[in-house]
Write a protein that binds this ligand. Structure first.
Ligand SMILES: [Zn+2]
Length: 101
């Protein structure tokens, strides 16, 4: 089960979120932040900026799920906020672009 299955409609967003053990939250975040993802105690938390449009929230969720799918959260010890690292940002975006084409 992966993002590709979600994009092709074989599974629902809910299926994938459960599969990756994600707690999904919508919060008021600064406008410069679309969303963030981190792992705490074995649970993946994705927080999406509630100020975004429907489309941008979907796109952000895919981006954050890509970080999980690409195993980018556990590569640096104690650094819950690995998503700030630009190479990971680019990789996550490239991955989604690849899946959409
Ligand atoms: Zn990111």
């Amino acid at each position: 089960m992966n993002i590709k299955n979600l994009l092709s409609g074989e599974i629902t967003q809910c299926d994938l979120i459960n599969y990756y053990n994600v707690t999904l939250l919508y919060e008021q975040l600064p406008l410069s932040v679309n969303g963030l993802v981190f792992n705490y105690d074995g649970i993946n938390f994705i927080i999406i900026n509630d100020n975004l449009s429907y489309y941008k929230r979907k796109k952000t969720l895919l981006h954050e799920l890509a970080h999980i799918e690409l195993n980018q959260l556990c590569q640096r010890d104690k650094d819950l906020f690995a998503f700030h690292i630009q190479e990971y940002e680019d990789e996550a975006d490239r991955y989604i672009k690849y899946l959409l084409n």
